[in-house]
Ligand binder design. Structure first.
Ligand SMILES: [Zn+2]
Length: 411
């Protein structure tokens, strides 16, 4: 099995050039020359070189921004034959869509009305929204009724459902995401805009839409676009490298399709979630945990959900072989640990830079899960075991199978 070493991304004077948005060529990695950690083989350097072209483009629609270029796939395929672990380059398609934002905002307002009584608010990683229900003072009476009716509709049922684990909520999110450019959801303007969603839900959304558009959408859309603008340079700079690091660690190719990312003002109690069929990341621009480098870490944590197959299979196998119960959520702690550790190293090696929101030095970068208190209870135990047995794998000292077997043996 190939060993892993997650060091700085470029060595031996390899200079990677990435065309920036405006066609100028930006080089990075030069300062890594002569580093003590020759982590990447020649094929990788070639591949990164060939697949590096990234572009950031404003696409049609409300706001669609892709990081990555489909044209790069052809050159990438030319070298994939050299290793079974090669991955396509990451292509994130970022959106700030009207309906999907309205849906999540109504979900939030209904939950605030219910006083956060939903059980998901007490789960690890969940944060109570620190908002008050929106004020409707001085709104026209018709607006107040329309908005309150829609919130009441969400309160009845939808607000108590989990955005990710509930299949209906997943379908609603995917559908509303796909219809972001539609002015309505019943197909009156074009059959392409027929959502197929429950009639009462469509009515609630359409009733709330003009009120939302008049009072909150502009500001929330702006926040979403600002979030995208903040994270895009980090993806341009580190996305190719980080995606191939994660792909190596998890022994799964990076997904070949574009990753649809909906940036929403409110993204549920966890600040982000990802459904897998198709891969769809929903991430909050307003959640204070998603700012700066943490937004970048969260984006790649979410994306790595699509790479977790070998990890969950190995955990299941190794625990069953030992007649041990599979520890709940252990795979998820491992995902948080891994992305956090790799981003921490990338920050430390200087390939990631801090945004003004983060004033601490690079060596002080605390991965998301540690920074936001996820390692408590059983996860504190997981954290210790990951330090002992998974970190050596990330350091290239032991194989994936050995690390997994040791984790299972000592759990
Ligand atoms: Zn996750």
């Amino acid at each position: 099995m190939a060993e892993l070493k997650l060091g700085p991304p470029r060595v031996e004077n390899a200079q990677i050039r990435i065309p920036s948005t405006y066609g100028a060529v930006r080089a990075f990695g030069d300062n890594m020359a002569g580093s003590a950690m020759p982590s990447l083989g020649l094929h990788r350097i070639l591949r990164v070189f060939l697949t590096a072209p990234l572009l950031l483009q404003a696409a049609t629609g409300w706001a669609a921004i892709s990081v990555g270029a489909p044209s790069a796939y052809s050159s990438q395929q030319a070298v994939t034959g050299q290793s079974g672990l090669e991955s396509p380059l990451p292509v994130f398609e970022m959106h700030s869509g009207f309906w999907v934002n309205l849906h999540h905002f109504l979900y939030l307002q209904a939950r605030l009305l219910k006083g956060n009584s939903s059980s998901t608010d007490t789960v690890r990683g969940a944060a109570q929204p620190d908002e008050l229900p929106v004020s409707l003072i001085d709104f026209p009476e018709a607006d107040i009724h329309a908005w309150q009716d829609a919130v009441a509709f969400y309160s009845k049922d939808l607000a108590g459902r989990d955005l990710l684990l509930n299949g209906d909520m997943e379908i609603i999110n995917n559908q509303l995401s796909a219809l972001e450019t539609c002015a309505e959801l019943e197909g009156k303007t074009t059959p392409l805009c027929k959502s197929g969603l429950r009639q009462d839900l469509v009515e609630a959304l359409e009733r709330a839409a003009p009120v939302y558009r008049a009072h909150w959408w502009a500001q929330q859309d702006r926040a979403n676009r600002e979030w995208i603008a903040q994270v895009a340079p980090m993806i341009q700079k580190m996305g190719v490298e980080l995606s191939s690091q994660l792909s190596d660690v998890y022994q799964r190719p990076w997904p070949s399709q574009r990753l649809r990312v909906d940036v929403v003002w409110y993204g549920g109690p966890f600040g982000a979630y990802t459904s897998l069929d198709p891969i769809h990341v929903t991430i909050s621009s307003h959640d204070p945990r998603n700012r700066g480098v943490y937004g970048f870490e969260v984006l790649f944590h979410e994306s790595s959900h699509a790479l977790a197959g070998a990890v969950t299979a190995a955990i299941a196998r190794d625990f069953r072989e030992r007649d041990k119960p599979i520890p709940r959520d252990f795979w998820h702690a491992l995902l948080f640990y891994t992305t956090g550790e790799i981003v921490r190293r990338d920050v430390e090696y200087g390939t990631m830079t801090f945004t003004p929101e983060q004033t601490s030095g690079p060596s002080a970068y605390l991965p998301y899960a540690a920074r936001f208190g996820l390692y408590s209870g059983s996860w504190e135990h997981f954290h210790g075991l990951l330090d002992l047995y998974w970190l050596p794998y990330l350091d290239g000292k032991v194989s994936f199978d050995t690390a997994m077997a040791r984790l299972a043996a000592d759990m």
